[in-house]
Design a protein. Sequence first.
Length: 116
Amino acid sequence: VQLVESGGGLVQPGGSLRLSCAASGLAFAFINYNVNWYRQAPGKERELVAAIGRAYGTTNYADSVKGRFTISRDNVKNTVYLQMNSLKPEDTAMYYCNARYFSDVWGQGTQVTVSS
């Protein structure tokens, strides 16, 4: 069972990044899983950034990223994406992918640093 995040990096304020979360080896079909993006900055608690529901793809966002981040999923590729636009220094964090269906599966995280 594996979730692999990619797409993080260093970007200037106002820039964009697209994170990917690729799933493999899940116990059930990927379409059954609700998938979430969390982030954790140094010294802070992990927070939920965006969520996408199974099948119909209902989305929810933290107030701090509404209008700037977009979560989407490709159930053929077993992948969830997080498009991040208008990035701010306060978006700097380790970003984690989480898949949930009866149990939780976590990725190893990808670092996003927003700095000039």
